[in-house]
Design a protein around this ligand. Structure first.
Ligand SMILES: O=C(O)c1cc(=O)[nH]c(=O)n1[C@@H]1O[C@H](COP(=O)(O)O)[C@@H](O)[C@H]1O
Length: 304
């Protein structure tokens, strides 16, 4: 890959006029009936169902959004068959021109983190996964992030470091203060340090941050503290975040962030407002409608 991750993301955002990230979180019990393999099905049957589900979603949203975020956990639940499905889902997204954020929230001590970085962000035959970017945890310290940053440099990959997560309990650690600074502020400063020396043409670097839509005040604060970092904003839709909550994450040109929604888009056929209109058999149309709706709700970021 010859172009910086942040520039590739920016190009896709401008081309699609969308800041929506569609989260691929396949859950057995929520799959459309037609894709549920039935009683006594093997994990391989479920993996096939997940793969069909995710690739069909990709086909629907490929021209509507810049990026998709497969959540590794749901594929890992299915063992090797699930991991192979995940691999093919990532490839399918790339074949359709989408960027990928693999949501694995990985990390370990530096020497092991190197293996994670190589596994998920490596290139060609060296990597089974070859994702464009990966979510990573900062809780083993700055040296644990170095291998991921090195991989960003080597391969023009990207990472999103957990800074202020969307869940209610995240504050237990992230809001803790010492020496006048909270943990999330300390992590944000590190992210900015990494990205500020690696800015692409768009003005942002490849080391991004995760900040939940459920914390709009902190999002505004963190946008200011990390002017060089792309922000992945989860928590839109099913977790209660709305367009007004995420506005502060963007620059006046509508750049610098992408907003993830998983359940509200991929299982839109189960939402009352779409269930009657499309029915379960037309779940792909519900995905398209929910994606269009989110794009419309977020169109305001371009006109701030
Ligand atoms: O890293 C993430 O993507 C993430 C971070 C965070 O703070 N909160 C959060 O919800 N996520 C992920 O974003 C997705 C949210 O899914 P929905 O609540 O269904 O939109 C899930 O895959 C979560 O694992």
């Amino acid at each position: 890959m010859s172009v910086c991750f942040s520039d590739r993301l920016t190009q896709r955002i401008l081309a699609t006029k969308s800041v929506t990230c569609v989260g691929l979180d396949p859950r057995r019990q929520s799959l459309p009936q037609g894709l549920q393999p039935g009683e006594g099905a093997s994990v391989a049957d479920w993996a096939a169902g997940f793969e069909t589900f995710c690739t069909e979603i990709i086909d629907v949203v490929a021209d509507k959004v810049p990026v998709v975020k497969p959540q590794a956990a749901f594929f890992e639940q299915l063992g090797p068959a699930g991991m192979q499905a995940l691999h093919r889902v990532i490839q399918h997204a790339h074949n359709k021109g989408l960027l990928t954020i693999l949501d694995g929230k990985r990390n370990d001590i530096g020497s092991t983190a190197e293996a994670y970085a190589d596994a998920y962000l490596g290139a060609g035959e060296a990597s089974v996964w070859g994702s464009d970017s990966l979510t990573v945890s900062p809780y083993l310290g700055a040296d644990s992030l170095d291998p991921f940053v090195a991989q960003c440099d080597r391969r023009n990959a990207g990472v999103f470091v957990l800074v202020k997560t969307s869940n209610p309990g995240g504050g237990m650690l992230q809001d803790r203060s010492s020496e006048g600074q909270s943990v999330y502020q300390t992590v944000a400063a590190k992210v900015e340090e990494f990205s500020s020396t690696r800015r692409g043409e768009c003005g942002f670097g490849p080391i991004g941050a995760v900040v939940g839509a459920t914390y709009p005040e902190q999002l505004a604060e963190l946008r200011e503290k990390m002017p060089s970092a792309y922000i992945l904003i989860p928590g839109f839709g099913a977790q209660g975040g709305g367009a007004q909550d995420v506005l502060a994450g963007f620059t006046s040109a509508g750049l610098g962030a992408v907003v993830n929604s998983s359940r509200h888009i991929i299982f839109a056929h189960r939402r009352p407002e779409y269930a009657d209109k499309f029915g379960e058999a037309n779940w792909q149309d519900a995905v398209a409608a929910a994606t269009d709706e989110m794009n419309q709700q977020l169109a305001c970021v371009f006109g701030q």
